[in-house]
Ligand binder design. Structure first.
Ligand code: SF4
Length: 476
């Protein structure tokens, strides 16, 4: 169908067409598209009492798992019972045909080692996945054509209410203010736990070293927390005598195993780094990290650890990093400028190489990119800087500054949304699933509840005590 630009809904129509194509697939295809299978599985649009694996065993799906939109199996933490066996908790992979298990190299990928059921379209004698297989086609709860209409109607996009947690109903009884209070209380537990870790480290290594280690861990994002921690532990050896950002970058990148092996490239930046590193590498050889310690796949260019180390080099050689941070902390700040003022405080001067390149091998960017963005500055504030100021103030018996750190933490505007938070909002807060939480502390509170309760049980919320706790919160 041709969509002309004169129609006011041409974009909406284009989008509807794309959506339909991804759910309906190409005409004359032997199979529906995988996306439709995933939606059928997510909503369990199946005659669920009749399900049998391709080798004939009855199977009950007690929970289909949580749709994983990132790398790895399609659904996480499903609960499935084969015959009279004990229910099993694990992952679900959805593939059109059995041979895709090997074709997509799931058999060689450790991320797929916890797959307990391979969901296919049609029954087959092939078995390429070691786990049992279930074909959906014989068990659809409506004819395929109707299923496709259902899918394109938008119903498949909605999160199934049946997957809400057992705490969703009691949480729904709370007023908005009570929910916020509960999340803030949970957030303070998280804040104090982080502060205690920093204080514990400060007792052995000093306050400043504890702060650097916290900052480096946070710069490691999820994937590279531990190698970044290790580099931070080496800072007392690495920083003395490094009198420029370049000199320190050579050490940080060299000791991390990131310097490309050949220095012969006609690349000024790399040549400068090697001029430093050739002279010093023997000194640091014993503590050099193997490059395979780092997880680089799937990281956005801005989150690559090489870039984060370059950022840290500027802070470390500036000589006034901590003084500027203290000024920022003690200064008067309206809530609305907390994140921007911290970003301004932490933003280093432009770097001749890293402001213009995402990595060693990337071409020069048309415009310089900052080494630090607002969302990372917020993460640093919430996870490291404010807990550190709080616990240091308490250790120094300075109630005013401890109060200030706590107030900033509780008022800090929301951090960047992520898949974990989205799932938590849908699962726990149900009706509020479309809404974002207003403060970073509310988000932290939700994450703390996930840690304390959801992570301790299965997707069915078996024996979770949080619903009772919520009821007690109302009464209390
Ligand atoms: S495990 Fe507990 S906290 Fe998590 S969703 Fe279920 S009832 Fe709620």
């Amino acid at each position: 169908m041709t969509v002309t630009f004169s129609r006011p809904d041409f974009y909406a129509q284009w989008r509807a067409q794309q959506e339909a194509r991804s759910l309906l697939g190409e005409p004359h295809s032997a199979h529906p598209p995988e996306r439709l299978l995933q939606s059928v599985w997510h909503h369990q649009r199946l005659r669920r009492d009749e399900l049998r694996t391709t080798d004939g065993r009855p199977v009950r799906v007690l929970h289909p798992g949580f749709w994983n939109h990132e790398a790895g199996p399609d659904f996480r933490a499903a609960v499935v019972q084969f015959g009279q066996d004990e229910p099993r908790s694990g992952d679900i992979e959805v593939d059109l045909v059995s041979r895709n298990w090997q074709g997509h190299q799931h058999d060689r990928n450790p991320a797929f080692s916890n797959v307990i059921l391979h969901v296919l379209w049609a029954s087959t004698a092939e078995t390429s996945c070691p786990s049992p297989a279930l074909a959906l086609e014989p068990f659809l709860d409506m004819p395929l054509a109707e299923m496709q209409s259902w899918a394109v109607s938008g119903a498949a996009e909605r999160w199934p209410e049946s997957l809400r947690g057992a705490c969703c109903a009691p949480l729904g009884q709370l007023s908005a203010a009570q929910t916020e209070e509960l999340l803030q209380q949970a957030a303070m537990v998280r804040f104090q736990r982080k502060a205690a870790e920093l204080e514990n480290r400060a007792r052995h290594a000093g306050w400043e070293q504890a702060l650097w280690e916290g900052i480096f861990r946070a710069l490691g994002y999820k994937q590279n927390v531990w190698p970044m921690q290790r580099v931070a532990e080496l800072l007392p050896e690495l920083t003395p005598g490094a009198d420029s950002a370049r000199a320190l970058q050579a050490r940080l990148l060299g000791v991390s195993g990131f310097l490309p092996a050949a220095a012969a490239r006609p690349d000024d930046y790399l040549r400068v780094l090697w001029e430093h590193w050739w002279r010093e590498s023997d000194r640091f050889r014993a503590v050099q990290l193997p490059k395979n310690l780092w997880r680089l796949n799937g990281l956005r260019p801005a989150n690559q650890p090489q870039r984060r180390l370059a950022l840290a080099s500027h802070w470390l050689v500036s000589g006034d990093f901590l003084a500027k941070l203290e000024d920022w902390f003690t200064g008067q700040r309206p809530v609305t400028s907390l994140a921007t003022s911290l970003l301004a405080c932490l933003q280093p001067p432009p770097d001749e190489f890293w402001s213009w390149h995402w990595g060693f091998a990337s071409p020069r960017l048309p415009r310089p990119q900052p080494l630090l963005g607002e969302s990372r500055a917020t993460d640093l504030a919430i996870n490291v800087i404010l807990p550190w100021f709080w616990t240091r103030a308490r250790a120094g018996k300075n109630d005013r500054l401890a109060q200030l750190a706590q107030q900033r933490y509780q008022a800090w505007p929301e951090a960047q949304d992520n898949t974990l938070l989205r799932l938590a909002r849908q699962r726990l807060l149900g009706g509020h699933s479309g809404k974002r939480l207003k403060t970073a502390a509310s988000q932290q509170g939700l994450l703390q509840i996930l840690h304390d309760f959801c992570d301790q049980t299965n997707a069915l919320c078996t024996d979770c005590t949080f619903p009772d706790l919520v009821k007690g919160f109302v009464v209390g």
